[in-house]
Design a protein around this ligand. Structure first.
Ligand code: SF4
Length: 193
């Protein structure tokens, strides 16, 4: 997955827990948020960094997001309230950590995002092919994938690190246009329109 950089993730903002609400039924364990990013997908995006990652990519710049017991529980309702504060958003990005380790909470959030006509970008350390297998086994993953507009897939590979790539951290990762992929039945890479 793309590795967040200092320009995309302000550490101080990620560690600001003051706005969290831990009392709601649906929640996500998150490492933090960024309210406005232009490097985590097209347009201005609200980014949710999910907590917990099983991949262990060498050179990961976000190791504090690996511990499944780390971060903080945050209600979906509270995240939606934060998203609703910014009328300039083009969409919401799920990053991590590994978002697909929390498909139930993310699906609830994705449904709210789609009600607001915002796009969804999903970063996952799993490849598209691995995710489609997961989607056959788990309805929540299937539904979440169906609501995803752009998928950046695959683990970060330090030897393939390339700072010139848009949204990706290493050249094995792909920026997949999920709407066109669903239409055609084969992987279509996203292109800036
Ligand atoms: S998928 Fe890899 S790069 Fe992304 S958070 Fe997990 S270990 Fe780090």
């Amino acid at each position: 997955m793309k590795v967040p950089t200092e320009s995309s993730v302000s550490r101080s903002r990620m560690m600001d827990w003051s706005w969290y609400n831990m009392t709601r039924a649906y929640s996500l364990r998150i490492a933090g948020i960024v309210r406005e990013s232009i490097v985590d997908g097209p347009g201005i995006r609200f980014v949710v960094f999910c907590q917990g990652c099983p991949h262990g990519c060498g050179g990961c710049h976000n190791p504090e997001s690996h511990d499944f017991d780390g971060g903080q529980e945050c209600s979906i309702e509270r995240l939606v309230q934060e998203i609703d504060k910014n009328p300039l958003l083009a969409g919401v990005t799920f990053s991590g950590g590994e978002p697909l380790c929390q498909p139930e909470g993310l699906l609830e959030l994705a449904k709210e995002i789609k009600k607001r006509d915002l796009s969804i970008t999903l970063f996952s350390g799993y490849t598209y092919e691995e995710i489609t297998i997961k989607a056959e086994e788990a309805e929540t993953v299937f539904q979440l994938l169906r609501l995803t507009d752009i998928l950046i897939d695959g683990r970060f590979v330090q030897e393939l690190r390339d700072l010139t790539l848009q949204f990706c951290g290493s050249s094995n990762q792909r920026v997949i246009d999920m709407n066109k992929t669903r239409e055609t039945g084969e992987i279509v890479l996203w292109k800036q329109s």
